[in-house]
Design a protein. Structure first.
Length: 84
């Protein structure tokens, strides 16, 4: 993961959602990948990797994904490094 500008971290609500997703045995692999990325960024200045961004995108497109999974995925995608 690359470093990002200060001030961009996962919020408390998204971090709580990510934690719920990781604890849920029914969560998909993509949801857990996105949640792990979002949770990692709650206390660091790293950006979302391409792999985690792809997983987050899949979660957001999945009509069966939980609200918590979508919240964590959205947070992870928001923190993806911008292309130059």
């Amino acid at each position: 993961m690359a470093k990002k500008p200060a001030g961009e971290t996962t919020g408390k609500a998204a971090a709580k959602s990510a934690s719920k997703v990781l604890a849920d045995p029914k969560s998909s692999k993509a949801a857990k990948t996105a949640a792990a990325s979002a949770l990692t960024q709650s206390r660091s200045k790293e950006t979302t990797s391409a792999k985690a961004a792809t997983a987050a995108s899949k979660v957001l497109k999945d009509p069966k994904a939980s609200k918590d999974a979508k919240s964590a995925a959205a947070s992870a995608l928001t923190q993806k490094a911008k292309k130059k």
